[in-house]
Design a protein. Structure first.
Length: 139
């Protein structure tokens, strides 16, 4: 069995961003040489996410609005986590809703997606460097 590991690094200029990372994951899969197996992609930070959905701008705007309604950034004093001097309690909550990681089957050297599926990095407390892990195992 083969095993391959790669890190992607991001630093978004905004607090919240959704980045389609499917091309980078597909490139890592090609580099791995794995034809049949599994591909794990996970955010290595507690205020960021990796998720699968459609690459449609309106949907991403809906995510942003919905997440802000669920866990608004302000007022900062509404969240006990911010009592520590942080200002990112909402980002931790948004990450919890959107998820930490995805696993995609690899079939015949390709990510085995359903219709419209793409992999996204979700940033909820941007403006600093964060990483995503890609781990591929198989034959």
């Amino acid at each position: 069995m083969k095993s391959y590991r790669k890190e992607l690094w991001f630093e978004t200029p905004t607090r919240l961003a959704f980045i389609n990372i499917t091309p980078q994951v597909e490139a890592a899969l090609a580099e791995s040489g794995v034809r049949e197996g599994l591909c794990l992609v996970n955010a290595m930070h507690i205020s960021a996410s990796v998720f699968i959905n459609d690459d449609e701008r309106g949907l991403h705007q809906d995510f942003a609005r919905w997440l802000e309604e669920l866990a608004p950034h302000e007022p900062l004093r509404q969240w006990r986590h911010n009592d520590t001097g942080e200002d990112n309690a909402d980002a931790h909550l948004k990450r919890q809703v959107m998820g930490r990681e995805v696993v995609v089957a690899v079939t015949k050297g390709k990510l085995d997606f359903g219709p419209w599926e793409q992999i996204f990095y979700g940033e909820f407390d941007g403006r600093r460097r964060k990483r995503v892990l890609i781990k591929i195992i198989g034959e």
